[in-house]
Design a binder for this molecule. Structure first.
Ligand SMILES: [Zn+2]
Length: 100
């Protein structure tokens, strides 16, 4: 599991807290959208700027990229583009979190 680093907001200097966030992944020229639920991130309490740790962002990219590639490579439209949902279960204990 990946611990979040305690840090201040790079945009406004505000305090950041660990939160699970949801993101919609899209690619240009691809109709598929992937909704990713339960991503651990640092969220600014003032301006809501969000930082996803690099390792987590890379991992999610490695999950969704092959789906986008498969759709883009599809020459014949066989079915309407599906809805893709990826949901991470809540981490056990303090795996993602630091003490505030
Ligand atoms: Zn901020």
């Amino acid at each position: 599991m990946i611990p979040l680093k305690r840090r201040n907001c790079p945009e406004c200097g505000g305090k950041m807290i660990p939160r699970l966030i949801n993101l919609l992944y899209k690619k240009e020229n691809c109709e598929i959208q992937a909704e990713v639920i339960g991503i651990p991130a640092n969220v600014c309490t003032k301006c809501f700027y969000r930082i996803i740790p690099g390792k987590i962002a890379k991992y999610i990219d490695s999950l969704v990229d092959p789906i986008f590639e498969a759709e883009t490579a599809q020459k014949e439209k066989i079915l309407p583009s599906p809805h893709i949902g990826i949901q991470f279960p809540p981490a056990e204990g303090e795996s993602y979190y630091y003490e505030i």
